[in-house]
Ligand binder design. Structure first.
Ligand code: FAD
Length: 418
């Protein structure tokens, strides 16, 4: 425990990592002040529902708050919303706010997340200024999208990743005519095996979504008013008419603040296992970090809620003098239609895929093995197998592929010491 009575902790960003950090600092005994500065006009809120229940209209903005205001008040966390931090001065240990205020810190934590990758086309500025072209990262983005989310509208989604496919599922159920344009030969190509991509493509097509793979977007055309994008053009010349366009082609970590301050940056703010940056008074957590993962023996930059929360807790403990190394198995979830996908581990380098159960039943699991060891698993509507898969991965379990593939053998029985 450190003597923190008169010390100031300043957290930049007010997302998942920041909200967790603020209260975890108090829980870990931080006695000094805690100030959270976020550029969005909200308290930290759940982002995953943005492309799911909030887009579909079944969740309210109020219900997205991660913690009620009273929790921050009780933990004596001061919050400045709608305010950007523009600069860090490491020598004077101050940050400069967009309104010109200068705030002192003893410990600074960067929880700046990321922003949507911009579509790399020549008319991008004009498209982004138009009223029907959207990215999807914030509550405001979805509020704008929902104003145009009308049955019969021709929605073109650029990018067949999780966000694009979740939006497609909501939109087609809402009566929109949905086309998904994916540049690679299959959807979810960066994160799942071809078998899973084929499963999701087929479910979306069954629901009425026009999934077009191998379609790299080259440009857009504006309507005669110049206020709206009306056509999306792909490499090779094919065109798709659109009333509404949503782009989901990945995330750029917000690292400029760190880079300009001279911190080490490499696809994320470079931190050690305690979340400490190259400056001992500055830490970072969440989507913006490039951090070591001892279990997989390499550095990772993850974009997931569990990563943001767990890393934030380790950073808070470490700042308070109880160093806690961040070492966790990455996991993620995605809801599309009635399909609850949960993925755990990292599948890169797998040499065998074992599918348990029949995908036609919409409840199955796919295990990624390397030399018989479980690296990762994707489970669809099989929450119990997801929990067990975590144990296989953390225990570096080697399995008999034939027994793993036999759905009549309980997964539990394949764990050592079960
Ligand atoms: P963020 O939540 O992005 O918060 C960062 C905050 O910092 C932002 O509010 C930003 O405006 C602010 N900020 C940045 N720079 C500054 C600055 N200079 N000054 C002040 N404020 C600043 N993850 C899952 O695990 N499961 C899911 O199903 C899932 N679905 C998702 C669906 C959508 C539509 C989106 C957008 C994300 C989804 N994610 C999901 C990812 C998850 O939301 C992120 O991993 C998580 O939000 C990361 O938290 P964070 O605190 O690192 O960053």
């Amino acid at each position: 425990m450190i003597e923190s009575t008169s010390l100031a902790a300043v957290i930049v960003g007010a997302g998942h990592a920041a909200g967790e950090l603020a209260t975890s600092l108090r829980d870990n005994g931080w006695q000094g002040s805690i100030l959270l500065i976020g550029e969005e006009p909200f308290l930290p809120y759940h982002r995953p529902p943005l492309s799911k229940t909030y887009l579909s209209g079944t969740a309210t903005a109020q219900s997205l708050l991660i913690k009620p205001p009273a929790t921050y008040e009780k933990a004596k966390v001061d919050i400045i919303s709608s305010m950007r931090v523009d600069k860090i001065d490491k020598l004077s240990r101050t940050v400069l706010l967009a309104d010109g205020r200068v705030v002192n810190y003893d410990r600074l934590i960067l929880a700046t997340g990321g922003r949507p990758r911009r579509l790399p086309i020549s008319h991008i500025e004009q498209a982004e200024r138009s009223g029907n072209f959207h990215y999807l990262r914030t509550l405001h983005d979805v509020d704008r999208i929902r104003q145009q989310f009308e049955p019969g509208m021709r929605l073109v989604i650029i990018g067949g990743g999780y966000i694009g496919l979740e939006v497609a599922a909501v939109a087609v159920r809402h009566g929109l005519k949905v086309t998904v344009l994916e540049a690679l030969p299959r959807v979810l190509a960066r994160v799942t095996a071809p078998e899973l991509s084929a499963f999701y493509e087929s479910r979306h097509r069954d629901a009425g979504v026009d999934i077009r793979t191998g379609m790299a977007v080259e440009d857009v055309q504006m309507d005669p008013s110049g206020d709206a994008v009306s056509v999306v053009t792909c490499v090779g010349g094919s065109t798709v008419a659109a009333d509404l366009i949503i782009v989901g082609i990945g995330l750029e970590p917000n690292v400029e603040l760190a880079a300009e301050a001279g911190l080490s940056v490499d696809n994320g703010v470079v931190v050690d296992e305690f979340g400490q940056t190259s400056d001992p008074n500055i830490y970072a957590a969440g989507d913006c970090t490039n951090h070591p993962n001892p279990l997989f023996g390499r550095r990772l930059r993850l974009e997931s809620v569990p990563n943001a929360l767990e890393q934030a807790r380790c950073v808070a403990a470490s700042i308070c003098g109880n160093p806690k190394a961040y070492s966790s198995i990455p996991w993620f979830w995605s809801d599309q239609y009635e399909l609850k996908l949960k993925m755990v581990g990292l599948s890169q380098g797998y040499d065998q895929l074992i599918v348990r159960g029949n995908p036609d039943s919409n409840a199955f699991a796919a295990f990624y093995l390397k030399e018989g060891q479980v690296l990762a698993a994707d489970t669809v509507n099989r929450p119990a197998e997801f929990m067990l898969a975590k144990r296989f991965i953390s225990q570096r379990t080697k399995v008999d592929p034939a027994r793993l593939a036999d759905d009549s053998i309980p997964l539990q029985d394949l764990l050592p010491n079960s």
